[in-house]
Structures are given as C-alpha cells and as structure tokens.
Design a protein around this ligand. Structure first.
Ligand SMILES: C[S@@+](CC[C@H](N)C(=O)[O-])C[C@H]1O[C@@H](n2cnc3c(N)ncnc32)[C@H](O)[C@@H]1O
Length: 199
C-alpha cells in the first residue's frame, strides 16, 4: 500500500471545531466555514502546487485546504502547515496521515523559524488563508515580509481574502500582483498572487 493515505473528508467534528473557534476568536479565524473546493482548486492552480517541491501553508484551519494541496502535490514534495491554533493543528495531525505533511504550531510571522525547526529549505510556494484585514497592520506587513524573505527566487505567494488589505500590504513588499475572484465560496473570495523577483 502507498504510504500516502487518501485524505479523509472533513468530519462534522471539524466543522464544529471551526465554528467554535470562530465564536471564540473571530478576528483570528476570519471565517465561519472552511474554504470551498472551487476556491481551493483556483488557489492550487494559481500557486502551481503540482510543480512545487516545498509548499508552506499559513493558517490551514481544520485541514480542508491542506487536503486539497496534498491531492495535487507531487509524491516527493513536502507541505509545511503553520497554524496558530493548537486545537486545529492537533485535529489535522490526527486526521491527515501523509508523510509529506509537517504540521507546525506557531505564527506566520516566523516562517523562517518554522522552516529551520523542521530542517526545510526555501519554499517554492507560500499559500495563505489567514485574515489580514482583521489583524494589526504591522503584523500583516511583518508576515508578508517574512513570506518574501523565505521564498526562493521566482517562488509564488498566493493569498485568498475577502477584503483587499493583503493587496495593499503585498504591493509594498512584492510590488503589484495579480487578482482574481472566486464566486463559488461563502463569502466570495479574492485570490491574490505575487511572484518573488529573481535576483
Ligand atoms: C479563514 S481560516 C482558513 C482555514 C483554511 N485554510 C481554509 O481555507 O478553510 C484562517 C486560519 O488562519 C489561522 N491563523 C490566523 N492567524 C494566524 C497566524 N498569525 N499564523 C498562523 N495561523 C493563523 C486561524 O487559526 C485559521 O485557522
């Protein structure tokens, strides 16, 4: 049997955990339900996840988006999922059994530290579903700077967001990016994409 087990669909327990976390910390969770499969398909395509050797996911939540990434990723690739909520991180570790996945409890501000702690090199892609519009502006800027710092040249940063705060911050660090909208998600979501310039 392949060591890569088929990721299971999110259980009602995951949905309840997501909603409860939203009630406790609405600004940190940023959404009452996980992303739709239509949104994740678009995100995966924009990030070129199928070509990546190392993907970093910021804010995997209960793991629906993580499953979508793993379904597309190469068998020899790695996924580092950085989640600030220890309960979410535990749920993901308990439900997704895949040797490509490393779950790290911590804040997206310190991606370099998370990579170092897990012996991982510069990622090809960083994906983010964390809510930039409800966090302090300086924290959002620090997170995007840390994305830019760790990405390998020509690497992509893809962020899906309801509001445009990430666009304003992302422009300061990466320059202008690409924007799309996915209507088949509750609520409709903007998908931003940047590429780190090659030196
Ligand atoms: C809108 S949810 C997205 C969940 C999942 N990726 C999805 O698409 O369904 C945002 C997630 O970001 C996490 N988060 C918020 N701030 C964070 C930070 N600074 N570092 C890491 N994770 C963070 C939250 O705990 C939550 O799991």
């Amino acid at each position: 049997m392949s060591p890569i087990s088929k990721p299971r669909s999110p259980s009602p327990e995951h949905r309840i955990a997501f909603f409860q976390a939203f009630l406790r910390k609405p600004k940190e969770v940023g959404s009452i339900i996980p992303s739709s499969r239509f949104l994740m398909r678009r995100v995966v395509r924009e990030a070129r996840v199928d070509r990546a050797k190392l993907v970093v996911e910021l804010g995997p939540g209960t793991g629906g988006s993580t499953r979508a990434l793993l379904r597309t990723m190469r068998p020899d690739a790695k996924l580092l999922a950085i989640e600030i909520n220890p309960r979410f991180a535990r749920l993901i570790s308990q439900t997704i059994s895949d040797p490509r996945l490393v779950v790290h409890v911590g804040s997206a501000e310190d991606i370099a530290g998370a990579l170092r702690a897990n012996g991982l090199p510069a990622p090809d892609v960083v994906l983010s579903g964390i809510p930039f519009s409800t966090m302090p502006r300086n924290l959002g800027l620090a997170i995007i700077r840390s994305v830019h710092e760790v990405l390998r040249p020509n690497g992509r940063f893809v962020a899906y967001q309801v509001r445009d705060r990430v666009e304003i911050l992302g422009r300061q660090v990466f320059g202008p990016g690409q924007k799309q909208t996915e209507l088949l998600n509750v609520p409709p979501m903007r998908v931003y994409r940047w590429e780190k310039a090659a030196r």
